[in-house]
Design a binder for this molecule. Structure first.
Ligand code: ADP
Length: 503
């Protein structure tokens, strides 16, 4: 029994990865599930489809590796965060499609709460900001719009969970209704200081406490799967939100270590140790993880909405490349950006600017501008946003980062990583295994199963693929960033209604 199974439930697909005890991948199974864009700005998932798709990948991963349930020491779950599921405790039926983290339907509801007093309350208790991105207003919306939901909730018949809780509840045949601290802290309902649900916030957002899952550390005995699921019961020993899981999987275990994930969006997280660092630059304070019997480790987090997705736009929107990896040859075909700047604010700007009314722009075009310049400027635009986030993080924490670890699909681009190192003026370290999100959850499960004795074992498993060293001259970097900031200013406050971006 030396294998660990990671369930990586993302925004567009469910994956199961089986790792051996040395951290090597034994098998991977993945299936996409349907996205429901029911109205402009709305994004839903069918929670039952997520459950069934996840279960299917578990069976397939076992089959591929020629293993049975008894070979798996423990299961770790990592998941898209903030997405809300509300279900009936008796029947297990969701009352509504899950409302996904990207969904903006509660922007107007959120605006009702937007007073300085509420902002302060939310920031000081949760480390987050009043934004429809988080779970609270999504859950309240569901209670108000799903048939009979409020009354059933008052009668204690319903359960709320983010996707981690939903999967756990289903894996255990409805026996366990729990979440972990890294997911709980993304709801706007969890108090970082008291480490519990906050009654004042529950009252503010009108959420009955009877709905809530129990909050546990990320690594502990969560329960066991039903025997029917895989043939025999398997322990579930890890649960952690996707971004925090990547931070753990990257072995950023010491205060001041950071990682950037270049997926659809980009997420930069920095370990701040046991300190809750309060941001004055629009970053979030979040729980990174908690091991059983230890204090929570905290992080600062900043996100960019369009990271790798900007490259997809070059493919699907502009049609100047056929596949995402082609961006590297096209961008590499020009000596420099030729004065072109791309601000990839297609869905507004996240941290540290937070302008939902900003829109993407291509600036500095001349008659000599080519597709190559636009491709290179797009990669630079992704990297420049990460630079701004990192500087904000350093100012908030007072720590100067010595290096950054990277992962996610677009981290495969050597060109993007070199641009990133140059513009950051810090080394960028890419590990051999880019499946860091799944690894984080597998590590959590391995710790609770006793396969690993401490997080030091995890640090030993991290190995470097390539280190990108900054080589850009200071003056050139300064000029790049100053033109970037000029272009950002001109992209701000572009539309009057934030929902215009979906059409
Ligand atoms: P997610 O988990 O958010 O779905 P991934 O981590 O799988 O995202 O990363 C996918 C992104 O990576 C895509 O947006 C794609 O544009 C980008 N990408 C994938 N391969 C490359 C590559 N070789 N060069 C540049 N970008 C790439």
């Amino acid at each position: 029994m030396t294998y660990l199974m990671a369930l990586d439930e993302g925004t567009t697909s469910c994956r199961t990865i089986i790792f051996d005890a040395a951290g090597k991948v034994a098998s991977t199974a993945q299936h996409e599930f349907q996205q429901y864009f029911t109205k402009p700005g709305w994004v839903e998932h069918d929670a039952l489809e997520i459950r069934d798709t996840q279960f299917k990948t578990m069976r397939e991963a076992l089959e591929q590796a020629d293993l049975s349930a008894s070979d798996i020491a423990s299961i770790g779950i990592t998941n898209q965060r903030e997405t809300v599921v509300l279900w009936d405790r008796q029947t297990g039926e969701p009352l509504h499609h899950a409302i996904v983290w990207q969904d903006r339907r509660t922007a107007d509801d959120m605006a009702r709460y937007d007073t300085p007093a509420h902002q302060h309350l939310v920031r000081s208790r949760t480390g987050l900001r009043l934004d429809p991105y988080f779970s609270a207003t999504k859950l309240a919306w569901m209670l108000d719009h799903a048939d009979g939901a409020r009354a059933a909730a008052q009668a204690g018949q319903l359960a709320f969970g983010t996707i981690d809780s939903w999967l756990l509840w289903n894996l255990t045949g409805g026996a366990v209704h729990a979440t972990d601290v890294s997911n709980a802290c993304r709801t706007l309902l969890y108090n970082l200081e008291t480490q519990d649900w906050d009654s004042e916030l529950l009252a503010l957002f009108d959420i009955p406490a009877s709905l809530l899952p129990e909050v546990r550390p990320c690594s502990c005995a969560f329960g066991t799967t039903t025997s029917e699921l895989l043939g025999s019961p398997v322990a579930i020993g890890g649960m952690i939100g996707d971004q925090q899981s990547a931070l753990f999987g990257q072995a950023c275990l010491e205060q001041g270590m950071a990682k950037t994930t270049y997926g659809t969006g980009c997420f930069l997280l920095m370990n701040t140790g046991e300190d809750i660092v309060r941001s004055s630059h629009g970053l979030l304070s979040t729980v990174a993880w908690q091991l059983e019997g230890s204090a929570p480790v905290h992080a600062l987090e900043g996100s960019i909405f369009m990271g790798g997705a900007s490259i997809q736009w070059l493919r699907d929107g502009l049609g100047i490349i056929d596949a995402a990896p082609d961006v590297n040859a096209l961008a590499g075909s020009v000596a420099d950006n030729g004065g072109v700047v791309v601000v990839p604010a297609f869905a507004g700007m996240g941290a540290p600017i937070w302008d939902p009314y900003a829109r993407a722009s291509i600036q500095g075009l001349t008659r000599g501008s080519t597709a190559g310049h636009i491709a290179l400027a797009t990669l630079e635009g992704i990297a420049c946003q990460v630079v701004d986030l990192l500087h904000a993080m350093e100012q908030d924490s007072g720590v100067r980062l010595s290096e950054v670890r990277v992962d996610g699909g677009a981290a495969a681009s050597d060109l993007l990583m070199q641009i990133q190192a140059d513009l950051l003026d810090r080394p960028v370290l890419r590990p051999e295994i880019l499946e860091t999100t799944a690894m984080g959850a597998a590590f959590m499960a391995g710790l609770s199963a006793g396969i690993y004795s401490s997080d030091k074992d995890i640090a030993e498993q991290w190995s470097l693929d390539r280190r990108f060293q900054p080589v850009m001259e200071d003056a050139s970097r300064a000029s790049h960033m100053s033109i970037w900031h000029k272009a950002v200013e001109r992209s701000k406050q572009w539309v009057d209604d934030e929902k215009t971006h979906e059409s």
